[in-house]
Ligand binder design. Sequence first.
Ligand code: T1G
Length: 697
Amino acid sequence: MTDVVTYTRHDEIAVLRIANPPVNALSQAVRQGLSDAMDRAESEDGVKAVLIVGDGRAFIAGADIKEFGKPPMEPNLPDLCTRIEASPLLVVASMHGVSLGGGLEVALGCHYRVAQPSARVGLPEVHLGILPGAGGTQRLPRLTGAEKAVEAITTGRHIKAPEALELGIIDKIEEGDPETVGLAYARDLLASNAARRPVSEMPNPQGIDWDATHAALLKKGRGQLSPATAMRAVQAASELPFDEGIKRERELFMDLMNTDQRKGLIHAFFNERAVSNLPELKGVAPRALQSIGVIGGGTMGAGIATACLLSGLNVVMIEMSDDAAEAAKGRIGGNLAGALKRGKINQEKHDNLLSIALEVSQNYDSLKDVDLVIEAVFEEMDVKKQVFAKLDAACKPGCVLASNTSYLDVNEIAASTTRPADVIGLHFFSPAHVMKLLEVVVADQTAPDVVATGFALGKMLGKVAVRAGVCDGFIGNRILSTYRAVAGHMVLDGASPFQIDDALTDFGFAMGPFAVADLAGLDIGWATRKRKAATRHPDERVPTYIDRLCEQGHYGQKTGEGYYIYEKGKRGGTPNPKILELIKDEQQTLGITPRDFSDAEIVRRYMCAMVNEAAEVVGEGIARRPLDVDMTLLFGYGFPRYWGGPMKWADIQGLDAVLADIERYGQEDAWFWQPAPLLKQLVAEGRTFDDLNKEAA
Ligand code: T1G
């Protein structure tokens, strides 16, 4: 018996308690322990029932993801679930915290299930690029029906106990210590002579329109395979005897285990957590955070203030006038109304946040007690320096002074104060109370505990915080400008913006670069091009066709016309015919004979440009590791999660092949396609970006 599963007798009931912190993942030791304990219960005299319960904060969080990619180790989970179910004893699961993936599958292998009111169950395997592979696709639909099972499995969502009871996934909800509640339930079942109730012996669920559902899942998944494949496993539960259905589930599970998408999604899962655990911050205590100042109540400032309020922090918002203060309060009120509507807060909380937790003032003296201030004013260095001078004077010693700037030099801002060690960049992404990415921009003199405070704030706000160094655009916007540029080059050479957007949404992006530009506002890019014109390298190719559209006052969604035409009240836009005319004019001016591009070439060039710039960013230390780039692109730029991020994508393609393409493209445009030194070094050494991640851990 392994020590991760303990065995105790309570009269005629044997209790199997799993203790494998932090979340009772079903490691080989746990599986072996459960199997041995079942054997023991069945061999001992007087045992009539078995209770399975989890120690700590969860029943079971699922299979041990750390074992993925390693050779399988017996006992495997599907057999264990079947073994539990086949026991001649009555087997009861008492669930608390989360019961996810293999954890729920173990419970479904039991004959009865009781749960805490706060318990949550789910089969989230599709988020890891796989499917429930221990009988979940066969047992769940026998309890809930096929349609509900398909919804639960293909969304991977957490189902709260009351809904789980309604769906028939659990049999009872009982408040109390899970082991005590489980024992009482087992005793009641025995007293009432309840029969064993193997789910596998329940009737096949009725079928649904499988092919239409499959097609809809593929479309909704934007190329992600696991939801649609998982649906086929549920179809087997409807059409095949249980044992054949289990075999079909196993086949489909192995198909998905061998996909690149599984590698990408597991990479995303682990690194979403690793990215904010910086070795250099081990033992560095963050400064206290109770109240936050926000300077500027525009869209960004109001979003930041909303995120802080929703996380339990008090906020002092500074604006310049009564009207501006009112407008800021209105934006925050609108954001909180949205949170109320989505059920994230109740009415009482909503009212309290607006009336007590939020103070809106025009006087910097109101900031005298705040622990951290975030400046979110106009992106103009002089304006920011004026604000920081006031903050320097008004804020208490030790108060962290942060700028939300998206590209300006945080070193220059810090140098304009008497306390550069307290200055840091906290780059939020709009809408700041929704987008998960937070770039923590560390200036040369930023103190370690100020960096730790930035990450502590990120954790409080539920953000994915990524450490960035100081450069134009930090990590995300710097890389964005490069892959946006290559898209422009392809337009000049013959690919239409619309074909490029379609090719990239087929690749898995939520939106293509031109639709994103319309969303963000074409005037922003226009202003950037004008700002950079004076210092631009003569060999840099910069399309001007879109400037002609801006000159006509067309800035994208906000004016109703950009790359696309937008009609009021309709989602999305239709391609703007003017664009193709403007491109043709510019091609004639430049003497370019346009050529055709395949979708594959569009994606390849776009990704190679992204990876090359990202390798520069890592090589310069602006990003600590390749995984920091991956998490930035996943959580701030709509990069398809099932690729794991651009660096994971490159590892999967093979860095040598990526470098070869970059060098080949360089024959057309040597200035743009300069292979990053780090990429060349890794290829020469036969290493991958993931190798760098492991070395930097
Ligand atoms: N295996 C191994 N480690 C896990 C784990 C797992 N399943 N789940 C979490 N951890 C670690 C995590 O890496 C972190 O470690 C710590 O626990 C706390 O996690 C056959 C094949 C359970 C809701 O997909 O959703 O079953 O960084 O920071 O925010 O069909 O973790 O501290 O060292 O996320 O409170 C299916 C994945 C697996 C659940 C807790 N199960 N986990 O969230 O804490 S596949 C899942 C989660 C499967 C079967 C298939 C969350 C959580 P460290 P955390 P949290």
